[in-house]
Design a protein around this ligand. Structure first.
Ligand SMILES: Nc1ncnc2c1ncn2[C@@H]1O[C@H](COP(=O)(O)OP(=O)(O)OP(=O)(O)O)[C@@H](O)[C@H]1O
Length: 249
């Protein structure tokens, strides 16, 4: 018997503009409990704007968003307790130590945080607990961001361009960690511009271009439809092959 999964994120007819710029328009999709859902598109397509509307950081001009049955903008505190959000590099001080960052983040939540030492161990950061943030490698920084996003034991985790700039080995290590998060029953929503990342990691993917969703499906079906030749080109960071067609237009 097939289990019916409940949608944990519902986005319906969302439009968001910045002055004259229409960042996203008529965006609709649902993310099911326990899946890794990817939003893929080229630079400027509207990925971050969509993500930030779902996180409650922006209010859409039009349309509705529900996260775990709550309005992420009006019920921001209730939602924040139940979601984990990946930070961007510039949001951590250079001279904060790994354990201090984890301790600080744990203190921001009303509910009891999960065991920080265990979390650092799971993410391979125990040896780095006394290191300054600025002295971590790119992959270690991203692992720390994942640790911070998991500190409140969230039901839904949001990751924005998590592996951009990482070498292939670090990227694969991060993918394993993201799969672990899903396998522990959490829902993951991520943005990427790498088709390879979407293909290897995501259960379902939405393609966004010029602010509009053009297709949603399992990655292998999207590749069949949108890049049947599977022509590959080098991505902007020169490390990963991406499928032409989806990202190159
Ligand atoms: N705060 C802002 N003010 C004005 N325009 C913005 C703002 N944020 C985003 N935009 C514009 O909205 C559009 C969508 O941007 P967004 O950052 O959502 O795209 P993206 O797909 O995440 O791009 P990237 O992959 O480069 O991060 C772009 O044209 C961008 O220039």
């Amino acid at each position: 018997m097939q289990t019916i999964k409940r949608p944990v994120i519902q986005v319906s007819g969302v439009r968001k503009t910045y002055g004259q710029t229409v960042a996203v328009d008529e965006v609709s999709f649902e993310v099911e409990e326990g899946e890794i859902f990817g939003l893929i598109g080229p630079n400027g397509a509207g990925k971050t704007t969509t993500l930030e509307c779902i996180e409650g950081l922006h209010t859409p001009d039009r349309g509705t968003i529900s996260v775990l049955g709550l309005d992420p903008f009006r019920q921001v505190y209730k939602v924040q307790d139940r979601i984990g959000v990946q930070l961007q590099q510039a949001q951590l001080q250079k001279r904060i130590k790994v354990w201090e960052a984890v301790d600080l983040w744990a203190s921001l939540y009303r509910k009891k945080a999960i065991d920080a030492e265990h979390l650092l161990q799971q993410l391979g950061l125990t040896d780095k607990r006394n290191a300054w943030f600025m002295n971590l490698s790119g992959g270690q920084k991203q692992r720390l961001f994942i640790a911070l996003a998991l500190i409140n034991d969230p039901e839904v985790v949001f990751l924005d361009e998590l592996t951009t700039g990482l070498d292939p080995q670090s990227r694969r290590a991060i993918w394993d960690l993201v799969r672990d998060i899903r396998d522990r029953g959490k829902t993951v929503f991520l943005t990427t511009h790498l088709m390879e990342e979407a293909e290897r990691l995501c259960d379902r993917v939405a393609i966004i271009e010029h602010g509009r969703i053009i297709d949603i499906d399992k990655p292998e079906r999207l590749i069949d439809r949108h890049c049947p030749e599977r022509t590959v080109v080098l991505a902007t960071d020169n490390t990963t092959a991406v499928a032409k067609g989806v990202l190159q237009g």
